[in-house]
Design a protein around this ligand. Sequence first.
Ligand code: ZN
Length: 388
Amino acid sequence: MLLLIKNVDVYSPEPGGRCDLLLGGGRILRMEPDIRVPRRYCEVIEGRNLLAVPGFIDGHVHIMGGGGEGGFATRTPELPLTDAIAGGVTTVVGCLGTDGLTRNMPGLLAKAKGLEEEGLSTYVYSGSYGMPLRTMLPSLEEDLLYLDKVIGAGEIALSDHRSSQPTFEAFARLVGEARRGGMLSGKAGLVHIHLGDGARGLDYLRRMLMETEVPPTQMLPTHINRNADLFEEGIAYAQAGGYVDFTTSTLPSYQQAGEVPCAKALRRILEAGVDPGRITFTSDGQGSLPDWDEAGRLKGISIGRVTSLFAAVRQAIQEEGIPLATALRVITSNPAHILKLRGKGRLAPGLDADVVLLDPQSLEVRSVIAKGRPLMKAGKLLAKGIYA
Ligand code: ZN
């Protein structure tokens, strides 16, 4: 069945004016004014008074749940499909975090395949916080070459009390291996790096740029907004050509402790003259959000949500005055480009039919279409996972 969205204001994410969008076979077939198709061949969505934007890409989600950091009872649950739909997220990249043992690559791949069956587009990173990397096949290169869903390695922890404290040489070898595997498989081969609060900050990443031949496009450090010092370092690193990722899931205590809210972080990094193409947001969804006291003891724990992804972009537009087309990039065309997700992150004929319809005033998600299939229409959920 074809799907025709009539008279919608398109942001591809660039402003594209008023058009009709014809979707079929999972792709955008045509995008132009006044497309006419006999009604018996297509379902029509009236898009007047709505904005059409690319389906959102969340590049860091603990889709199979993560290890809680307060013992077994704090292990976090898997991502329910309905959370992704509510947040307009049509593409997720799954990863493991602190726990790379009771959460592992076979389980991560199985969950990614499950979400794909339920309607999303999914990819995964190989490994977890720790090094040496626990891959599915004997090496990262083989994971990249032989497992379709694997697009890189991560989230590797650096400058954090929970990291494996890898040497720079071991880290550099890993990034080199990711680059080779990425080139051979035609994928990004990206290394996604978790940054902690440690004073070493982005040291290893800067050294990669100065001491090796590997280009900065091979690494995407995340949690760059977690404290003011790391944020400032992140601005300088992005000015030197690096990519930076800000985490949208947060707790009030994180912001009191100095976390830079994503919306503000985006405004400030753009004001510093950083190329907007180097910035992404991810949710860290389903990851545990530990609440530490001053002595480093765990005093409480909650969970990241994928719905925080677009909420932060909306805040950047509504409260920080970032133009819609610029703000949208950090969860659409930028991650698609940086992660080399072909067919994703833009609205254009021939690309995947991942479309979100927004209310132009409130910017609320009204409808979500993933690979041509409506999962939410006029605020009503049409799809649900087997369990949620
Ligand atoms: Zn992390």
